[in-house]
Design a protein around this ligand. Structure first.
Ligand SMILES: O=C(O)c1cc(C(=O)O)c2c(n1)C(=O)C(=O)c1cc(C(=O)O)[nH]c1-2
Length: 260
């Protein structure tokens, strides 16, 4: 019988560099929809479509974190993870990301109740986001943590977004953009923990491959959401059945204006 030669895992620094390369090559900061949004090239209804669809992602993030925690047996890991749910759902002292996102919805002229209803979310957005929640529920804990590591690349895009939206859109101010400003401090804390956890636990090449594949999968979840927006509201501008149509879900004052 011949011994099977198991290739050794990559060293910690090389493996981290591999994960970062996935972001450099595939993160959604490279998507043309973001370039248009940040440079002021989106019409008001394209911004509204982004806010409506992206709300679906926001709303599912704490659900996927709860699904993750329901599988964790180690109280230390659960303790480290649970602030993610509070960051989005809020606490007595912190309004939380979901309410902040709905403030952005109001600022762009949408009825926050309409946005929170998730009516009008594009089918492809729903499929992509639901696939992320399912991935985290069903895969190994290592893959689940690794899939959150796109947040390594998020502070850069949040900073670009704050700067770009403030420079180019009348709705942008400290209140409407509070969501992104808060993420600038929340995400680095989460991702420092998640990255260290993945580097510690991916102790074979097979596990490293699985973690890298999980991160790649997540970049696809993000990219697919922007492709959905681009196809429905930019080119070819084909809104699928059930997708939000301009004029729907506006804040009451704007709905009256639109009717006049
Ligand atoms: O605006 C963005 O580009 C962006 C990207 C990501 C991401 O990389 O998944 C997250 C967020 N924002 C975000 O605000 C957020 O709370 C968040 C949580 C997670 C996650 O996977 O647990 N990703 C992200």
């Amino acid at each position: 019988m011949t011994d099977r030669v198991v290739p050794p895992p990559q060293g910690r620094a090389d493996f981290e560099a591999r994960l970062r390369r996935i972001g450099a090559e595939r993160y959604h900061d490279l998507h043309p929809f973001h370039a248009r949004l940040h440079s002021g090239g989106c019409a008001p209804d394209q911004v509204r479509a982004w806010v409506i669809n992206r709300y679906y992602y926001q709303s599912r993030i704490p659900m996927k974190d709860a699904a993750f925690m329901s599988r964790v047996e180690d109280p230390d890991l659960r303790r480290a993870w649970r602030s993610r749910i509070e960051d989005h759902d809020g606490t007595a002292a912190n309004e939380g990301g979901i309410r902040r996102w709905l403030r952005l919805a109001s600022a762009v002229g949408l009825d926050p109740d309409y946005v929170a209803s998730t009516k009008g979310v594009l089918p492809a957005t729903r499929f992509a986001v639901d696939a992320y929640v399912r991935f985290v529920r069903d895969k190994t804990l290592l893959e689940a943590v690794a899939s959150s590591l796109t947040e390594l690349f998020a502070p850069k895009i949040h900073a670009q977004r704050i700067e770009g939206l403030l420079a180019n859109y009348a709705f942008a101010d400290d209140s409407s953009l509070a969501y992104f400003r808060n993420r600038l401090t929340e995400a680095p804390k989460d991702v420092a923990f998640g990255l260290a956890w993945v580097l510690d636990h991916a102790d074979t090449l097979e596990k490293q491959d699985a973690a890298a594949a999980a991160l790649t999968f997540k970049t696809e979840v993000l990219w697919a959401q922007l492709d959905a927006l681009e196809g429905a509201y930019v080119t070819p501008g084909r809104i699928p059945p059930g997708g939000w149509r301009p004029g729907e879900g506006l804040a009451p004052a704007r709905a009256t204006e639109a009717a006049e």
